[in-house]
Design a protein around this ligand. Sequence first.
Ligand code: NDP
Length: 476
Amino acid sequence: ELAQIGVTGLAVMGRNLARNFARHGYRVAVHNRSYAKTTSLIDDHGDEGTFVPSESMRDFVASLEKPRRVVIMVKAGAATDAVIDELLGLLDEGDIVIDAGNAHFPDTRRREAALKERGLHFVGTGVSGGEEGALNGPSIMPGGSPESYQTLGPMLEEISAKVNGEPCCTHVGPDGAGHFVKMVHNGIEYADMQLIAEAYDLIRQGTGKSAAEIADIFRTWNSGDLESFLIEITADVLGHVDAKTGSAFVDIVLDQAEQKGTGRWTVQNALDLGVPITGIAEATFARALSGSVPQREAARKVLPADAEAWQVDDPDAFIEDVRLALYASKVVAYSQGFDQIAAASEEFDWNIDRGAMAKIWRGGCIIRARFLDRITEAYQRDPELPLLLADEYFTGAIGNSLAAWRRVVMAAARHGVPTPAFSSSLAYYDGVRAERLPAALIQGQRDFFGAHTYRRVDGDGTFHTEWSADRSESPA
Ligand code: NDP
């Protein structure tokens, strides 16, 4: 009997995705460039369902029912192109190729266009949740044609995470929309992690509490508005003790954060679109700063702190301030991420439903959180909401946090604790709500040195002032 779906690329992610399909009763064709991974999957997990293993790509394709559905789960980049090339000669019109790896969305757009010419559907699909998610239910963000989603969608929905019985999978939009949304998901993940790290650092430096004590604080936070996977694992990481030294695990880990590139892509794209995603950008740069070893060494030797020593008077009140500041900053980071999705949706004609994105991120993925329900509700109240922060629920929540947020950022500055994400989120908040911005002065400067012109508050048209002559104004 022919297989209903195939997975090629059986490293941790592909292997678990294949098992997930099999456990849901699908007959799954499996293939990997080197056959050893295929045999090991069958040896270790062959009894979990119906697997149809093939050593060659040709046999793999032949083992699939038509229209064929082939999931590619290999290293993103050149490997994906190599596999697509190999598949092209073997597939027939109407077949569906699903790239479930972490592709950069412009690559997905390119591949989709190329395969469409050959009569094939190409579905760039974001998958979040790591190996655990791939096996037990990830959040799935498929792009591609609506037509391909008709047959593929139900299968993906079935293996996805469920929240209140609803699948964490929906058709995101055409061509690269799925991979785009996955990219922004990862960017938000960066911001969320950085904000949590800053909250931890503030509490540690302000109160002198131990990592284990702060783990308990995060555990408490996880039963309130901040309840999320990242807060939960933060408590676990902070509570972990290094077996070798008996010290807190966080104290023995080198403080240089790495990245695989999706945060960088998110920031690069935001620059292209002109969307201020300051929370994600600061988080990405904070990782870069942590890894700037020669700079940090040079700075440590000579740069004075000129900051006051710190011991907060009322630790409980301070910790509550940090919690509120964290929530408010987090709302900013998400609001910015959703702005980026809206801008790209407009740019590429994707028609992405932002509320639906918040919904499919509620389970399976790394940023899953209680708070996403509030975002879905906000977009249900107003699908065209221009700014998530301006939704009535979030204005209320931020209103309650604002004084605390300002106190925390002030204390961080006074005591020399770096809080790029907390501080920049507050600056964004104050910027976006300002009646007037000093951008007016920048327009004057630009007109002065480059005759770049400006508009006036009291009428239409563009103008230029003769800065180096009599400073008269004329229409431009
Ligand atoms: P890797 O990214 O480590 O890739 C290894 C797989 O790619 C192996 O199956 C390997 O085959 C195959 N491969 C590499 N080069 C080629 C090539 N030129 N031709 C054919 N096959 C090739 O695997 P992961 O399982 O970690 O990730 C798979 C994808 O999922 C990646 O795109 C990744 O970014 C994405 N992803 C990963 C997550 C994670 O938590 N790891 C989470 C979400 C997405 P061989 O065994 O023969 O070397």
